[in-house]
Ligand binder design. Structure first.
Ligand code: CAA
Length: 248
């Protein structure tokens, strides 16, 4: 069997997801890139724009909220690749609104996509990692799951839930050498953040001691570290990269 390591990244075509894919590819991993639906044109355009080697990338397409479709897609990828060494649960959405104005739909969409999906995506891969006696799972949470954020009761609840999930799963994976950690980015220069109202982004920037947004590559580097040989003694942790916005 090939020695090459395989990493599956959900939300792969997004701002942080793309940088994670880039750094894993640069470090010799094969990448299974998850996106919500099959779109050959978008996939090809992404590969070309990012100058990724298409031979090293397999796409899987399913909404992380669709349990059956995602399970089938993951099982298919596992059968084709033979193994998955690293899972990065990166797919996530925001539906910001003050709680008094939030709809049940906004609540459910965020909980379903960001938290309920942890079961769907992680379970088949975790079982394989137990069999392999090795694996790394890295969950992308958020500073706002740690400190809370006005307008994000749904998102903060889901992201905090991911941290609890990370710790519990770390306990279950440890004896089979499966390490489970979370990375908590602060406000990062991606469409999720730049889509916010300009006055809101400006007021947030003023609260960040380092005075700027994170760059996606800075987040990706922490993920790569946790996945690599030198990250093997860290489990159940959450690594924060938030420019000092929240210090624990
Ligand atoms: N703390 C206290 N009060 C606040 C507040 C805050 N942080 N933000 C707004 N308010 C108050 C306002 O002062 C205003 O009060 P008044 O009614 O007395 O004037 C009231 O709440 C309404 O504020 P808005 O005019 O902003 O209301 P809105 O309904 O137009 O928008 C909102 C509400 C959508 C939540 C908007 O405030 C917003 O977008 N906030 C930022 C949410 C945020 O940080 N999202 C992060 C997205 S990126 C991400 O999530 C990635 C990651 O992991 C970090």
């Amino acid at each position: 069997m090939s020695e090459q390591k395989v990493a599956l990244i959900t939300g792969a075509l997004g701002g942080i997801g793309t940088e994670i894919c880039r750094q894993f590819l640069q470090h010799g991993y094969r990448v299974i890139a998850g996106l919500t639906k099959r779109d050959a044109e978008r996939e090809q355009k992404w590969l070309q724009t990012e100058q990724f080697d298409s031979a090293q990338v397999r796409f899987i397409a399913s909404s992380v909220t669709d349990h059956e479709a995602s399970t089938a897609a993951i099982n298919e990828a596992l059968a084709a690749e033979g193994r998955i060494d690293v899972l990065v649960n990166n797919a996530g959405i925001t539906r910001d609104a003050a709680f008094k104005k939030m709809s049940f739909e906004q609540w459910c969409e965020v909980l379903d996509t960001n938290l309920k999906s942890m079961f769907t995506i992680t379970q088949p891969i975790f079982v394989k990692m137990l069999e392999q006696n090795s694996g790394r799972i890295i969950n992308i949470t958020s500073v706002n799951g740690i400190k809370g954020q006005f307008g994000q009761t749904n998102y903060s609840a889901a992201k905090a839930g991911m941290i609890g999930f990370t710790k519990a799963l770390a306990l279950e994976g440890a004896r089979n050498n499966v390490c489970v950690n979370a990375v908590a980015p602060g406000y990062t220069g991606t469409p999720m953040v730049t889509a916010m109202r300009e006055d809101v982004v400006d007021s947030i920037k003023k609260q960040i001691p380092l005075g700027r947004l994170a760059e996606p590559r800075e987040i990706a580097a922490a993920v790569l570290f946790l996945a690599g040989d030198n990250g093997g003694y860290i489990t159940g942790e959450t690594i924060s990269l938030n420019g000092g916005l929240h210090m624990q």
